[in-house]
Ligand binder design. Structure first.
Ligand code: G3P
Ligand code: CA
Length: 254
């Protein structure tokens, strides 16, 4: 695989499977990642969270209830405690027994087959959180994946911290709903390369400003052919989608 920055130069529009193929499999599981790879999505987005014993896992929510049979906050659980949970049945009985995967296992699955969009979930601004971010970077380095990934976050402090450590790493600042700053202010403030927002937040004025300032815009979550047509017409450079099995062929047919 060529480095992600080169891939971006060669491709005007990038489709990223959101939490894996989360429209047809339980989000952020190995099953969802496998189906996203099968869909031909060139990039896969996963959410990174930390357990009480500082293990990196792929999981979206702060708490277990919505997508597992467990209860409580993920950062209060050990890796061993969460590995016994069922992270698939909530989605469909056919996915019973899917687990909350360790980040390293998901990265191993994706490595060499797709680019990775690692969303760092908002963290407290502590030394411990900064140490864990360093460990994430070291993990990617040890797997030779630093040049095939993109970091993204709503937590712009985390982006600023990673930028200070890694001047060349591609980074996407997700707009915090209610933030009144313009996209150029947001990316300049934290050192991101890309501005991300929801499809609902997208508008002509924002796109005109980003075009003028040379800021690429990425949008979540684009799940239908109509939404795809809309964001392509608006000049968006990348999307995340729960439905990569539909959006990848729909884009190829445009
Ligand atoms: O990439 C954007 C998207 O993943 C952000 O929202 O809540 O799905 O993690 P969320
Ligand atoms: Ca996410």
């Amino acid at each position: 695989m060529i480095p992600f920055r080169e891939f971006v130069e060669q491709n005007s529009f990038i489709i990223c499977a959101h939490r894996g193929a989360s429209g047809i499999a339980p989000e952020n599981t190995v099953a969802a990642v496998r189906l996203a790879l099968e869909s031909g999505a060139p990039m896969i987005e996963i959410d990174v969270q930390y357990t009480r014993d500082h293990q990196m896992v792929v999981f979206h929510d702060d708490t277990m209830e919505r997508t597992t049979n467990g209860v409580g906050a993920i950062n209060q659980k050990s890796l061993e405690e969460i590995q016994g949970l069922d992270a698939g049945s909530w989605f469909s009985p056919s996915f019973a027994g899917e687990r909350i995967p360790k980040l390293v296992d998901v990265l191993e699955l994706i490595r060499g087959r797709a680019y990775v969009n690692l969303e760092i979930k908002p963290r407290p601004d502590t030394e411990e959180a900064q140490k864990e971010t360093l460990e994430l970077i070291e993990l990617l380095r040890s797997m030779s994946m630093l040049d095939t990934c993109l970091f993204s976050s709503f937590d712009h402090r985390a982006i600023r911290h990673v930028r200070a450590l890694m001047p060349d790493l591609p980074m996407l600042a997700l707009n915090v709903p209610g933030d009144t700053r313009s996209p150029d202010q947001v990316v300049a403030d934290c050192g991101a390369d890309v501005f991300g927002c929801s499809v609902e937040e997208l508008n002509e004025d924002m796109m005109a400003l980003c075009r003028q300032k040379g800021i690429p815009v990425a949008v979540y979550t684009v799940n239908t052919a109509d939404e795809l047509n809309y964001v392509v017409a608006m000049g968006v450079r990348g999307i995340v989608t729960n439905m990569s099995h539909i959006i990848v062929p729909a884009y190829e047919a445009l």
